[in-house]
Write a protein that binds this ligand. Sequence first.
Ligand code: HEC
Length: 143
Amino acid sequence: MIYGRRHDPSAYGSPHSGRQVRVLLAVPFATASLLTLPPAAAQQADGERLFRQRCATCHSVGAGQNKAGPHLSGIIGRPAASVDGAHYSKALKSAGIIWDRQSLDIFLTQPSRLVPGTRMTVRVSDAADRSAIIGYLENQAHN
Ligand code: HEC
């Protein structure tokens, strides 16, 4: 009886307690390593994710691959409505815009405010999300 008690593992705590401590320590370490990503890399990843979620149904970043909307490869520096084979509204064709960070930011906030009559209706209301998406598009210039 006494012999049995001395070797009862519960006297030394649960055999799982060591593992619980390791899991609790791992969470803050994982968070810290995300925060140490260079901001530009983090933003690029964010921009790609947002683009996939909110734009990719209608837009590709591969040159020549038009979907419901024109492809957005090389969009920065390109005149609005200038992709061959894409179907554009009259409104966008006559908008006279050269896409840059600023015009894209205004367009994505509310397309119809910059180009009344455009068929692009998707709005990105969060400024940080717009900036991440535009940053991602800036890097799709050579596809
Ligand atoms: C439901 C489909 C759809 C979605 C989703 C969509 N767009 Fe569009 N987009 C269009 C269409 C259609 C046009 C052409 C509009 C026109 O001709 O008036 C367009 C045009 C554009 C243009 C102008 C392209 C050019 O050649 O001048 C940009 C830039 C653009 N979209 C960016 C985006 C971004 C960034 C997103 C995601 C936040 C997005 N779009 C989401 C359908 C979409």
